[in-house]
Design a protein around this ligand. Structure first.
Ligand code: SAM
Length: 305
């Protein structure tokens, strides 16, 4: 493989995906070179000298054949088009894949899951996914999981203090719960979907995250079930989180933090709703695109003392 000296931007690894997107938008990311990890930093090659850039050596990527549009989750590719021939081609070109699926529905219902048709490969919806050194067992037909939130989970982990008590109100198979468990004193991972909690138990075991409590419950009932309060509350249920804010504020310690995820089509859309509660500070962040004109956003809220 050829190597070249090249201008590059050094960024913290957990912000890699966000800054990579910004460099693409600015038209300066060099997509022909392979980004490089250097300790806690990611080196993103750029096509010219820009502010803060440094010179480094990069490998040139092998040109990829044209692949059909898809999203990867572990050994599963979810194709955006129902094209069995393209699915077979994808399976042949990506050796890590065991199945190619096509979603027959949007994410739907209280459990936030989709129905799938298997286009190619093994007829399964279960897979294993590795995220920043954490292993997750997933069943897409049984519980929600999105690999596109990996960078966001690292952002939250970087905000954590040692020993925090964390409440993950809509935990799914536990990606936030297990990643935050590393620094936390304890994590309570709550979900109403028994399939999600079954997989969370498995993931707790796989990651030796023995400070995570998997809890099958309706988050509406938490104030009656839990008598302690938390330093940090994660509310990743973008279509429903706002309705649970009274419980989140009740269960959050004074000066604690709530991360409330929403889908929105206007910046600051949720601010009027948030201001009904004892908010000391709030910061809004873009997480990822959702559909044309709509995006997944998070409000980092500090509760009043
Ligand atoms: N936080 C997980 C993640 O990032 O992968 C899962 C997010 S998924 C969008 C939302 C989750 O909220 C689903 O697993 C669903 O079962 C759960 N949920 C929906 N309503 C709930 C409720 N009333 N109480 C507890 N969990 C609920």
């Amino acid at each position: 493989m050829e190597k070249h000296e090249q201008w590059a931007v050094r960024v913290p690894r957990y912000r890699g995906e966000e800054i990579r997107r910004e460099l693409i938008l600015a038209g300066v990311l060099d997509r022909e070179k392979r980004p490089r990890i250097d300790g806690e930093s990611l080196l993103l090659p750029v096509i010219k000298e820009i502010e803060g850039a440094e010179l480094n050596v990069f490998e040139t990527r092998d040109p990829l054949p044209h692949l059909p549009r898809h999203e990867l989750i572990g050994g599963i590719a979810i194709m955006l088009d129902r094209d069995p021939a393209a699915a077979e081609q994808l399976l042949a070109l990506r050796p890590s894949l065991h199945s190619v699926l096509f979603p027959l529905s949007d994410v739907q219902g209280e459990h936030r899951i989709r129905n799938f048709e298997v286009l190619a490969g093994r007829p399964v919806t279960e897979t294993r996914c590795l995220e920043y050194g954490h292993r997750f067992e997933i069943d897409l037909a049984e519980a929600y999981f999105s690999a596109r939130l990996a960078t966001e989970r690292q952002r939250i982990a970087a905000l954590q203090d040692e020993g925090e008590q964390v409440l993950d109100m809509f935990t799914g198979v536990g990606p936030f719960a297990i990643i935050l468990a590393g620094k936390a004193g304890g994590v309570l991972g709550v979900d109403i979907n028994p399939g999600a909690i079954r997989l969370l138990v498995r993931n707790v075991w796989l990651n030796h995250a023995d400070n995570v409590i998997p809890f099958l419950a309706d988050a509406n009932r938490l104030p009656n079930l839990v008598s302690w309060t938390f330093d940090r509350v994660i509310m990743n249920h973008p279509t429903g989180a706002l309705a649970f804010l009274p419980h989140a504020f009740h269960l959050c310690k004074p000066s604690g933090t709530i991360h409330c995820y929403v889908l929105q089509s206007r910046e600051g859309e949720a601010i009027p709703e948030l201001m009904k509660y004892p908010v000391a500070e709030v910061a809004e962040h873009y997480v990822r695109s959702y559909s044309p004109g709509k995006w997944h956003a998070v409000y980092d809220i500090r509760k009043k003392t």
